[in-house]
Design a protein around this ligand. Structure first.
Ligand code: FAD
Length: 425
């Protein structure tokens, strides 16, 4: 239908957030705390699941703490993992996440519960209007800036305007795609993931085999990776990573292959011995690491929409939460300066600068491992160094948990230990 003949109802907000899962709800809560009027929408209805193995690393859990939702998530069954173990062909080390009076535990909870609870938290703010089953179809462009969105539900079409539109609509973001088509905005760099992922839940693993520890494994066979962690109701979530070219043959026998792949491991197979598969096996399909320039006049991309990373290290939720926290920090100056007008690209570029400075070291470490099936030499040496001394294990685990402040990993003494591990190899 030509645009002139469409019927739209117009409404105004300070910010429109498209996508109401990890990135979108976190950003909405940060803005609502600053008394901003937020429209938070999603095409899905809730509660509903999404493909993800649930690990919220300590860096992301810290943001959940800032949002004031940790207690509620724990009451909903979230497991706080207090240790991390990393195993490979020539390394095996652990680090505690509760130490020196600090609680830096991560969190593991199925997305169907976590996303519903985050929406509940967002809806408790009067200044957030939440609408599900509302799909964004297009952007409103005025003076080469994004001035709002066009959306449709089962009965009508709608138009909403705001000085800031946030695309938190996942790795296939409509906001990113339409911004690219209409304005040449949000340029992207893609690096294909060499691995594919399958995961499932298991019952019947007692605490003596897996307590509150996140276990990750690399290279038990070429390209392999495994992860296990306890989640709600005493269940274990277990994921396996493998060469993406095996995706088709894996699908021929999902349950059998998941068990076989998890068994080709250093420790995960033993942890799951005798455990029963609970429910179906979930898949990722083929994935890419995608980094976009997240800022354009009037709009930002958050979470997977702006930075989609290989799930191997479980960074996605934390990247989403930590970038939402940056929005929370910067938003007062944006809104004060814009006085109700579209926020200019130059102001939003500060978000890009902060995101890149604070989060790119973690993203790049993932991409280095994601692009090849074998661990690259530097990553392997870092693991070997971590396995040689407990202080180094602690430093490596803090980096893996996205707790390390920018520029501080590897420390000088860790780099020296890596060089020693490299000479010994
Ligand atoms: C197999 C696998 C395992 C993973 N495991 C982990 C892990 O253990 N730890 C971790 O941190 N990360 C993990 N991830 C990554 C993690 O799931 C993502 O990083 C995270 O979901 C990103 O959250 P988000 O809010 O940006 O986007 P999403 O969770 O993708 O949410 C986007 C929302 O936008 C909505 N939407 C999309 N288009 C529109 C539209 N046009 N109109 C309205 N709404 C729209 C969708 O309905 C959806 O609800 C995993 C990913 C995969 C594939």
């Amino acid at each position: 239908m030509p645009e002139s003949r469409q019927h739209f109802d117009a409404q105004n907000f300070d910010a429109i957030i498209v996508g109401a899962r990890v990135a979108g709800t976190a950003a909405a809560i940060f803005l609502a705390r600053q008394h901003r009027r937020v429209l938070l929408i999603d095409k899905a209805s809730f509660p509903s699941d999404t493909i993800s193995t649930h690990i919220v690393l300590s860096g992301g859990a810290r943001v959940l703490g800032q949002l004031g939702v940790l207690e509620m998530l724990e009451q909903s069954g979230a497991v706080r993992f207090s240790r991390m173990r990393s195993i490979g062909p020539d390394f095996d080390y652990r680090g505690d996440l509760v130490h020196d009076g600090l609680d830096e535990r991560g969190l593991c909870l199925s997305r169907i519960i976590m996303d519903a609870k985050m929406i509940e938290a967002a809806r408790s703010f009067e200044s957030i209007q939440f609408r599900d089953r509302l799909r964004v179809t297009d952007l409103i462009i005025e003076n080469r800036a994004i001035a709002g969105i066009r959306a449709e539900d089962s009965t009508d079409r709608h138009e909403f305007r705001a000085p800031l539109t946030i695309g938190a609509d996942g790795m296939r973001s409509t906001i990113a795609r339409r911004g690219e088509e209409k304005l040449g905005a949000f340029p992207r760099i893609d690096v294909p993931c060499a691995r594919a992922y399958y995961y499932a839940y298991f019952d019947g693993v007692d605490e003596s085999r897996l307590g509150d520890e996140l276990v990750t494994e690399f290279e038990s066979s070429p390209g392999a990776g495994n992860l296990v962690c306890r989640c709600e109701q005493g269940r274990i979530v277990a994921a396996t990573a493998f060469d993406a070219v095996e995706l088709h043959s894996f699908r021929i026998d999902l349950e059998g292959n998941l068990r076989r792949y998890l068994d080709r491991s250093f420790a995960v197979g033993r942890i799951l011995e005798g455990a029963t598969l609970a429910g179906k096996v979930f898949s990722s399909g083929l994935l890419s690491n995608t980094c976009r320039d997240p800022a354009a006049a009037g709009a930002l991309l958050l979470g997977d929409a702006g930075l989609h990373v290989d799930p191997l290290f479980g960074q996605g939720h934390s990247l989403a939460l930590m970038s939402a926290a940056i929005v929370g920090d910067l938003a007062p100056q944006w809104f004060d300066a814009s006085r109700g007008e579209t926020i200019p690209a130059i102001a939003l570029a500060e978000f890009t600068r902060r995101r890149d400075a604070e989060l790119m070291p973690f993203y790049k470490a993932s991409v280095r491992v994601s692009r090849e099936l074998a661990l690259d030499k530097g990553t392997r040496m870092a693991h070997r160094a971590a396995a040689s001394e407990q202080w180094a294990a602690d430093e490596m685990i803090r980096f893996a948990q996205m707790l390390t402040p920018r520029g501080s990993f590897p420390s000088f003494r860790f780099a020296r230990l890596m060089a020693k591990a490299s000479r010994a190899a």
